[in-house]
Design a protein around this ligand. Structure first.
Ligand code: PAF
Length: 280
């Protein structure tokens, strides 16, 4: 497994692989890898000749008061993890490699980016779209893998790829959870012991909402109210949002039908966590 930090090194390697007609699976990450990333990598490993993982904490997708500086980083551990899963190349650029001094081009999107997380993180998805676009241009993957835990991000990437005619297959992979239900996230490391327990209100509320919809409840407001009630029982939790939206457009719905996404964002102390369930 190679670990490289320049765009040129990736380009040269990709060129050599393309010459041999080898397919490339790509897993973009911000590092501090966990089993959730592991499932993306394993999926990529099974379906491509070569697997590239990028590890880049993208400054552009963090707001001015967000956790860019404190975002956890551990390249050594991440490299060992990638190696154990059969990754061929890690791309780990410095911010200056990705954003040169006069950088001023962005990829942005209407509608989808203005809902859910976009409301409290107004420039977040512009940063995500821009960096993913850049990474796609550098890595030129056949397939790229994203977690369904970031359901809005996944919908946005799918839209971007379709709207901009990118010849890349986007593959969404299911949420991976801890044994007690908490969705795996690099940000879970911010939680104190007490907060870690409190954070279970997210998966409890998701489970409850899902059970209600599965039992036939079609009134979105009722589902949301029950989920909010569950979260509000937890004193350390502050709801950012609990919403039921169309799974493709991210627009809020009142009646549950078609592909839906029920998504929540909750602060546990200062840590903002997300979770969701989707239904066809
Ligand atoms: O999901 C993430 O970790 C990031 O948003 C991504 C897709 C790697 C872009 O920085």
């Amino acid at each position: 497994m190679r670990v490289v930090s320049t765009i040129q090194e990736v380009r040269e390697q990709v060129k050599a692989w393309k010459k041999e007609a080898l397919s490339i699976g790509f897993v973009p990450t911000m590092g501090y890898l966990h089993e959730g990333h592991g499932s993306l990598i394993t999926n990529a490993r099974q379906n491509n000749d070569k697997v590239i993982v990028s590890i880049f904490v993208n400054p552009m997708q963090f707001g001015p008061t967000e956790d860019l500086a404190s975002y956890p980083r551990d390249l050594e551990k991440d490299s060992a993890f990638c190696k154990s899963l059969g990754v061929d190349l890690i791309f780990h650029p410095e911010p200056e490699e990705m954003y040169t001094k006069n950088f001023c081009s962005y990829v942005d999107m209407d509608v989808l980016t203005k809902e859910l997380c976009g409301l409290s993180r107004p420039l977040h998805f512009r940063g995500v779209c821009t960096v993913v676009n850049k990474l796609f241009n550098i890595v030129k993957p056949d397939r790229a893998y994203f977690g369904q835990k970031d359901a809005q991000q996944l919908a946005i990437i799918r839209r971007m790829v379709e709207d901009l005619n990118m010849d890349i297959q986007i593959i969404g992979c299911p949420i991976v959870r801890e044994e007690d239900g908490l969705a795996k996230s690099s940000r879970n490391t911010y939680l104190s012991q007490e907060e870690r327990k409190a954070a279970l209100c997210l998966s409890r509320s998701i489970k409850m909402g899902q059970a209600l919809v599965e039992a036939g409840e079609r009134d979105a407001e009722k589902v949301i109210a029950r989920m909010q009630e569950e979260i509000n029982k937890e004193p350390l939790a502050t709801i950012d949002y609990v919403k039921c939206v169309n799974g493709l457009t991210m627009q809020q719905i009142e009646h549950i039908e078609g592909p839906i996404l029920v998504a929540i964002a909750v602060y546990i102390g200062k840590t903002r966590l997300i979770d969701n369930f989707m239904m066809e």
